[in-house]
Design a protein around this ligand. Structure first.
Ligand code: HEC
Length: 150
């Protein structure tokens, strides 16, 4: 009886594995799961987004990465609005990878390229090419993420 069950379970596992063995299907599942977590966290991130007005005449200080303006917002506020749902309010990661200085050990270009072009097969979208962010804005984000502690 036990043996029948083991055989039965084994067969079931093979059937399930067979049903899943569609590389595209698996990827869709992964993306769907990532999107689900993203949606859950989106509201939390929206709540965390401050809405103080920005002084349009403020000049960013080249020595202070936090003073950069991205899409008319201080870089940290832009991050909260656009990125934190996946990468965490404190850049601790979530659906997306953690983005604190300790995590970002590759050259700037590597991360700029990810933000500009996105990552195929993941929910990391392309923000570059003028679609959302200019190259300067992407550079400001990378400098800020690599040089300021969350
Ligand atoms: C919908 C969720 C989502 C959003 C929104 C999002 N990302 Fe990502 N991001 C991801 C995922 C998932 C990855 C990891 C991709 C992989 O598996 O390689 C990633 C990877 C990255 C990486 C590469 C990190 C590394 O260590 O290689 C950077 C940099 C990055 N994102 C920056 C951003 C920035 C900046 C924003 C906002 C403008 C943003 N992301 C918005 C999901 C997201």
């Amino acid at each position: 009886m036990k043996r029948t069950m083991v055989l039965g379970l084994g067969a079931l596992a093979i059937v399930i594995l067979g049903a899943c063995y569609d590389p595209d299907g698996l990827q869709d599942d992964r993306e769907a799961a990532q999107l689900e977590v993203f949606e859950d966290r989106f509201e939390a991130a929206a709540d965390a987004t401050p809405d103080e007005p920005v002084d349009p005449d403020a000049t960013p200080d080249p020595n202070d990465p936090s003073s950069a303006i991205v899409q008319e917002l201080p870089v940290a506020d832009y991050y909260l609005a656009a990125c934190s749902a996946c990468h965490g309010v404190n850049r601790e990661g979530g659906v997306g990878l953690p983005l604190a200085p300790d995590n970002l050990t590759e050259p700037d270009d590597f991360y700029a390229d990810t933000i500009i072009n996105g990552r195929t097969g993941t929910v990391m979208a392309a923000y570059g090419g003028g679609a959302v962010l200019t190259d300067d804005e992407v550079a400001a984000l990378v400098t800020w993420m690599k040089n300021t502690e969350p």
